[in-house]
Design a protein around this ligand. Structure first.
Ligand code: GUN
Length: 282
């Protein structure tokens, strides 16, 4: 069997189109567009690329968009003051503090200072708690994008054995909660797990560990759905996922490529979250 591809690039474009229409409707109704403020501290090159892309997408969708860039020498107090100002700014519906922050800054304290209704990353403990309780809130963008992919291929996870590899607060944990809230049977694997044994029994595999090709093709159950969140840059500069794609695609029913799979979905879902936040706040 050769798997069908879940085309993240095409689906992200579709999500952006939907968000653009919703943004236009909000602008017409309330006289101002949804607004997102992105805060970047220091000069991490990857962060610069991500933030530029977020800003460009926000503008294309007709959002208000602000990029606040500060030197790496910024103090914790100064950063908290910026967050407080954005919390109070009525034009700002979404606030995103780009990670990683320079080492002398306490990222947890900064994320905790963001007003939960503007936390479009879904990283605040209030939003994490709402997700844990199965209540509406802002959901982290990457796992939300993975759920949207499952929806797109009309795959119902009810009662299905879904294995999430990785327990990060940004992807693995919220992914497990979203699947559980959708009535899947959820297994979360980590460094102490027998990952091969779990993947062999899985109807759905979501790999989010950051280890290139950790998931071998012959572990994949024939007909399984494979979603690869990994973005690993090799010594040759090439991107690879957490799944051995070439081998896994011979067994899976559906699989996401890397690049062009989950990656493009993250920013699209960030824009979706900003519209959700804007609607909730009006
Ligand atoms: N750095 C890498 N990915 C992300 C993300 O999704 N949100 C934030 N805030 N920082 C990141």
């Amino acid at each position: 069997m050769t798997a069908q591809l879940i085309d993240g690039k095409a689906l992200a474009a579709k999500v952006r189109d939907e968000v653009k229409q919703e943004a236009a409707a909000l602008t017409a109704r309330y006289g101002r567009p949804p607004g997102i403020a992105v805060v970047r501290v220091g000069d991490d090159p990857a962060s610069q690329v991500y933030v530029t892309s977020k800003e460009k997408t926000a503008k294309e969708l007709g959002f208000g968009s602000w990029h606040h860039h500060f030197p790496a020498t910024m103090t914790q107090g100064e950063l908290l003051a910026v967050v407080a100002r954005l919390n109070a700014d009525p034009l700002v519906d979404g606030i995103l503090v780009q990670l990683p922050l320079p080492k002398h800054l306490d990222a947890n304290a900064v994320l905790a200072a963001i007003e939960p209704s503007k936390d479009v990353d879904g990283f605040h403990a209030t939003n994490a708690g709402l997700l844990f309780q199965g209540r509406p809130g802002l959901v982290p963008c990457t796992p939300a994008g993975c759920m949207r992919m499952l929806q797109e291929i009309r795959y119902d996870v009810t009662g299905k054995r879904c294995v999430v590899i990785g327990r990060s607060t940004i992807v693995g944990r919220p992914m497990a909660m979203l699947l559980l809230n959708a009535s899947a049977t959820v297994i979360v694997c980590h460094s102490k797990s027998d990952v091969a044994a779990e993947v062999q029994r899985a109807d759905v595999v979501v790999a989010a560990v950051g280890v290139s090709k950790l998931v071998k093709g012959d572990w994949v159950k024939p007909g399984a759905i494979v979603i690869d969140v990994g973005m690993n840059r090799g010594a040759d500069g090439k991107l690879s996922g957490d799944v051995d794609f070439d081998a896994a695609k011979e067994r899976a029913a559906w699989i996401t490529p890397v690049p062009g799979g989950v990656g493009p979905m993250t920013i699209a879902m960030l824009m979706h979250n900003t519209v959700v936040a804007a609607k909730a706040r009006r």
